[in-house]
Design a protein around this ligand. Structure first.
Ligand SMILES: Nc1ncnc2c1ncn2[C@@H]1O[C@H](COP(=O)(O)OP(=O)(O)OP(=O)(O)O)[C@@H](O)[C@H]1O
Ligand SMILES: [Mg+2]
Length: 297
């Protein structure tokens, strides 16, 4: 059964079950969507934007249609196209139309979630902005596509990503509401990593402290998200087994933790301009510092 309205209370209930903390954000996004508004979620990578949206969509029983925003997302890819070989044999017919994510989302009354919205080409953005204003679009040789009442656009943007942000801001922000998703506090990040890995508490705490240090480190321009901590814990647990140190608990053996952190974090952080030290050295120092801080604390 297709829904005619979005149920804010149901959305928040499911978000509370599946998302660590973020209650205020869940409530505000649910209220905005339920009020018929579109939403811009602004936050660095790994801050739970997709996780929250998925829970909200499930909580009210509408589909979530996910699209990665990038330079290749042309209007045709977003809207859909006519199957070329069937057009040759049968000419243009509505049945030969292969709907793209926008057409599907409008028809199913879905939440259309566009990640990295600022990377979407201008002409594609204009198609989306037109749909937000009109709640319908006209597809040549297919016809009019009306949006079901529950169709919404949710656009995610990364504040570190300067690409095209200025270009889209006024038109999109004027047609939507903005909710910021910053990094969560240390307790919440520990809960996220523990839930994602089932890893031992000491190791989880160490990995979370390490990624938090990367975000304030003067030598790094961009630090690691909670994904870095999740990867560190998962790798360390396996590495301990491989090296015959099964039964890791608390702070794992120095070499196991360091090697896991190197693999998990060096590719996720970005050195600042003019930093001459190798990224490996910076990460090892951060890993040790995290251990010392927790040992003292
Ligand atoms: N508050 C949270 N509750 C539960 N899990 C979370 C939370 N925040 C992050 N996670 C976990 O962290 C990982 C990254 O989260 P998610 O993919 O939702 O982030 P994102 O903001 O969509 O990132 P990106 O901007 O890179 O798309 C996932 O494994 C997710 O399960
Ligand atoms: Mg995401």
């Amino acid at each position: 059964m297709l829904k005619d309205r979005l149920d804010a209370v149901g959305m928040v209930r499911t978000a509370r079950e599946r998302v660590v903390a973020r209650v205020r954000e869940a409530e505000v996004v649910a209220a905005a969507l339920s009020a018929g508004r579109n939403v811009v979620l602004e936050g660095p990578p790994g801050t739970g934007k997709t996780t929250l949206l998925r829970a909200l969509a499930d909580g009210t029983g509408v589909p979530l249609v996910l699209v990665e925003g990038n330079a290749e997302l042309t209007p045709t890819r977003l809207v859909g196209h006519h199957d070329a070989s069937r057009v040759l044999s049968e000419d243009y017919r509505p049945e030969n139309f292969v709907p793209g994510p926008l057409t599907r989302a409008m028809t199913e009354g879905a939440l259309l979630y566009v990640e990295e919205f600022n990377r979407v080409p201008e002409e594609t953005m204009n198609v989306l902005l037109g749909v937000l204003s009109e709640r319908e679009m006209h597809v040549p040789r297919y016809g009019r596509v009306p949006a079901r009442p529950t169709f919404r656009l949710v656009a995610a943007m990364n504040p570190f990503d300067a690409v095209g942000t200025a270009r889209i801001s006024p038109a999109l922000y004027d047609r939507s509401c903005r909710v910021a998703m910053g990094y969560q506090d240390e307790d919440a990040e520990r809960a996220v990593v523990a839930a994602a890995t089932g890893g031992p508490g000491g190791l989880v705490a160490h990995a979370v402290r390490a990624v938090r240090i990367t975000r304030d480190c003067a030598e790094l321009r961009i630090g690691a998200s909670v994904r870095g901590a999740i990867d560190t814990v998962l790798i360390a647990a396996e590495l301990a087994v491989v090296r015959g140190r099964d039964g890791v608990d608390g702070l794992v053996d120095e070499d196991v933790g360091e090697d896991a952190a190197l693999a998990a974090l060096t590719g996720k952080v970005t050195l600042g301009d003019g930093v001459s030290r190798a990224v490996e050295q910076v990460v090892v120092d951060i890993w040790r510092r995290a251990g010392e801080e927790l040992g003292k604390g």
